[in-house]
Ligand binder design. Structure first.
Ligand code: LCS
Length: 399
C-alpha cells in the first residue's frame, strides 16, 4: 500500500509530489507507457470509455499514463486544477489561442515575446482574421495604456515574463486585475521563470504556458510544452483544439521531463545565482554598453521582479560597445559558451536574437519591442561561473 508522504516545503514537493503511476507495481521511478493504444475488455467497455461514462485510457493522442503524470505534476507545482502537455511550447501557445479566440475577435498582448510566438500572433493569426493588439513592454505596466486596447471582441490577454530576449518584467498582478475587470482570461508564458521561481496563477492569472523544452526538462534533450489552468479551461482546450488538431506529447518526452523536474529547485537556484554573478561582472566590464538582467537593481523591472519572482532565473542579455560588429566577435570568440538557440540547459548557451530566435521580427518590430540589433542573449548554465566569466573575458578581448 503506497504511503502518503508528509511535507511542507516547495523543494520537497518538487521531488515527492505526484511520482507514482496508476499501476500496482512499486517502482521508485514511474515506467514509460510507450503504447499508442490501450486494450478494452469488450465492446461495451470501449464504448463506455469513449463516451466518458467509464474512466480509462483509449489512445495516446488523447491521454497516456506517463503524460498524465507529468500533467498532474505541473498542475501541482503551478497550483492549477489541471494541465495538458503538448508536443512543443509553440503547440501550447497555439492550442491556447486557437481554443479561445475566433475569427473577428482579438487578443491584447505585450510584444516582448519569443520570436515564434510573435510570428504566430503577428503573421499567422492574421490569416484567420484574428487581430493581436500589441503593447510595448515600456508601456505595459500602466493600466491606462492597456485598457484602451480592450473592446467587446477581446477574448484573451497574453504576456510573457521575464520576456524573451529582453528580460522585460511584466506586472502579472496588474494584468490579472484588468483581466478580472473585463472578465477575460490572462495567459502567462512562465517559461523563463519555471514554477519554482514564479507562480502566475497565485498572482491572478488564469492560464500558464511553458516551453518544457527549457527549464522544466532542463537537459536540452526534448521538445515539449504544457498548459496549466482550471479543469474547465483544460477541458475546453482539449475539446476545441487538442484532441483533433493532435499536438500530443510523446510518453518518452514526458518521462524525461519528469526526470528533469526532480532537480528543478537546485537547478533554478544555481542558474539564478550564477547568472547574477555573470551579470554583475558584465555590468562592470568597460567594453559592455548595457546589461539586461532583472536581478540588477538598475534594471527597470527589478522591483516588480522582486515582488513576483523568488530569484531572477538564468537568462540575461547584453550589448557590446561597438554594436553588431563587436557583438559578432564575442559570438564567434566564445569557446566554453555554446553558440546555439534555446535556453535553460546545463550548458551555457549564447545567441543573437535579431538574426536567430527573433529573426521573425522586422527591423521596425524589433525597435517597437525594444530589442536592439546588437543584443546578445546568454542562458547561464550549471558550469562554475568563474569559467563562464573567463570565457566571456577572452571573447571580449578580441573586440
Ligand atoms: N515560449 C517561450 C518564452 C520560448 O522561449 C519558446 C522557445 C517557446 C515559447 C516555444 O517553445 P518550443 O516550441 O521551442 O518548445 N524559445 C526558444 C528560444 O529562445 N530559443 O530557441 C527556442
Amino acid at each position: 500500500m503506497a504511503k502518503t508522504p508528509h511535507y511542507s516545503k516547495e523543494e520537497t514537493k518538487i521531488v515527492h509530489g505526484i511520482t507514482t503511476c496508476h499501476t500496482t507495481s512499486m517502482d521508485l521511478v514511474p515506467p514509460i507507457h510507450m503504447t499508442s493504444t490501450f486494450k478494452f475488455k469488450d465492446q461495451a467497455q470501449g464504448a463506455a470509455i469513449f463516451a466518458g461514462t467509464e474512466e480509462g485510457y483509449l489512445y495516446t493522442r488523447i491521454s497516456n499514463p506517463t503524460v498524465d503524470l507529468l500533467e498532474e505534476k505541473i498542475a501541482l507545482l503551478e497550483g492549477a486544477g489541471d494541465a495538458v502537455a503538448t508536443s512543443s511550447g509553440m503547440a501550447a501557445v497555439a492550442a491556447t489561442v486557437m481554443s479561445l479566440v475566433r475569427p473577428g475577435e482579438n487578443i491584447v498582448a505585450c510584444n516582448a515575446l519569443y520570436g515564434g510566438t510573435f510570428a504566430l500572433f503577428h503573421t499567422h493569426l492574421k490569416r484567420l482574421d484574428i487581430e493581436v493588439r500589441f503593447i510595448s513592454p515600456a508601456m505595459s505596466n500602466d493600466r491606462n495604456n492597456i485598457i484602451p486596447l480592450v473592446d467587446d471582441k477581446t477574448r484573451l490577454l497574453y504576456i510573457e515574463t521575464p520576456a524573451n530576449p529582453t528580460l522585460d518584467i511584466i506586472d502579472i498582478d496588474l494584468w490579472a486585475t484588468i483581466a478580472g475587470q473585463y472578465d477575460l482570461p490572462l495567459a502567462v508564458d512562465n517559461t523563463f521563470a519555471s514554477p519554482y521561481l514564479q507562480k502566475p496563477l497565485s498572482l491572478g492569472a488564469d492560464i500558464v504556458i511553458h516551453s518544457a523544452t527549457k527549464y522544466l526538462g532542463g537537459h536540452g534533450d526534448i521538445i515539449g510544452g504544457i498548459i496549466a489552468s482550471t479543469p474547465a479551461m483544460i477541458a475546453r482546450i482539449n475539446e476545441e483544439y487538442f484532441h483533433h488538431f493532435g499536438p500530443a506529447m510523446s510518453p518518452f518526452n514526458a518521462w524525461l521531463i519528469l526526470r528533469g523536474l526532480k532537480t528543478l529547485a537546485i537547478r533554478m537556484e544555481r542558474h539564478s545565482k550564477s547568472a547574477l554573478t555573470v551579470a554583475k561582472w558584465l555590468d562592470a566590464h568597460p567594453k559592455i554598453a548595457k546589461v539586461y538582467y532583472p536581478g540588477l537593481p538598475a534594471h527597470h523591472g527589478h522591483d516588480v521582479a522582486l515582488r513576483q519572482m523568488k530569484y531572477f532565473s538564468g537568462v540575461m542579455a547584453f550589448e557590446v560597445k561597438g554594436g553588431m560588429d563587436a557583438g559578432k566577435k564575442v559570438l564567434n570568440g566564445v569557446q566554453l559558451c555554446i553558440l546555439a538557440v534555446s535556453l535553460g540547459d546545463c550548458e551555457t548557451l549564447i545567441q543573437h536574437p535579431a538574426s536567430m530566435t527573433h529573426a521573425t521580427y522586422s527591423k521596425e518590430d524589433l525597435k517597437k519591442a525594444g530589442i536592439a540589433e546588437g543584443l546578445i542573449r546568454l542562458s547561464v548554465g550549471l558550469e562554475h561561473p568563474d569559467d563562464i566569466i573567463d570565457d566571456l573575458d577572452q571573447a571580449l578581448s578580441s573586440v
